[in-house]
Design a protein around this ligand. Structure first.
Ligand code: CDP
Length: 213
């Protein structure tokens, strides 16, 4: 297999990061979670004293990997868990609409992918960040199933939020991501649709590996 670039887009809670991470592990590729980058900027917006649009000029954002898991650092502070809080999740889609934020992060993303051997997931990877990727996938699942998965994930972290509320939040975020002007979430014309509603994680991973061969 040559040094592939694998791009995966899809709506909130479709299992992109879990699946993309496992694909990367299997192929010994680098996994790049672009959602984590937008979340880091949302975290900055919540915690910075100056306007985040000014603050991002000088941010030092880095992703590192330990046991296949991504860790996110902002100016050397480990914010891996802080970017998954409900507050950050609520804010992230409006932060991601800012042209300046997208420009800055897309530069970093393209640079990380330039040597191939990467799996990158997000909302606009196939359509905008890496339109020449070798393998392009649109990963989705029914909204009910996505809400169930997110509920499980949050419950395991000790948050108690009703599944219905999660489903509402996911629907709201999808709407914002799909209706925004710059690089909205949509399936690229040449991306393969993978609906994981009734697939296990391993089955979804196997499908993608098959597409790479
Ligand atoms: O993991 P989850 O599905 O909750 O979302 P995420 O991948 O962490 O992405 C969080 C948010 O970042 C999305 O809802 C988008 O608003 C934004 N995002 C984006 O605009 N473009 C990307 N390439 C990735 C994420």
């Amino acid at each position: 297999m040559k040094n592939l670039v694998i791009a995966i887009d899809g709506p909130a809670g479709a299992g992109k990061s879990t699946v993309a991470q496992l694909v990367a592990q299997k192929l010994q590729y680098l996994y790049i979670d672009t959602g984590a980058m937008y979340r880091a900027v949302a975290y900055l917006a919540l915690n910075s004293e100056e306007n985040f649009l000014t603050a991002i000029d000088n941010i030092k954002l880095s992703l590192t990997y330990e046991d296949g898991k991504t860790k996110v650092f902002l100016d050397d502070k480990n914010i891996t868990d802080d970017i998954r809080t409900p507050e950050v999740t609520k804010l992230v889609s409006s932060v991601a609409q800012e042209p300046k934020v997208r420009e800055k992060l897309i530069d970093i993303q393209r640079d990380l992918a330039k040597n191939g051997k990467v799996v990158m997931d997000g909302r606009d990877i196939c359509t905008n960040v890496l339109p020449n990727a070798d393998v392009k996938i649109f990963l989705t699942a029914s909204i009910k199933e996505r809400a169930r998965r997110r509920w499980l994930e949050l419950s395991q972290k000790g948050y108690s939020i009703e599944e219905e509320k999660i489903q509402e939040d996911i629907a709201k975020r999808d709407k914002m991501d799909m209706e925004r002007e710059i690089a909205p979430l949509k399936q690229a014309h040449d991306a393969i649709l993978l609906d994981t509603t009734s697939l296990s994680i391993d089955e979804a991973v196997a499908e993608i590996i098959k597409l790479c061969q």
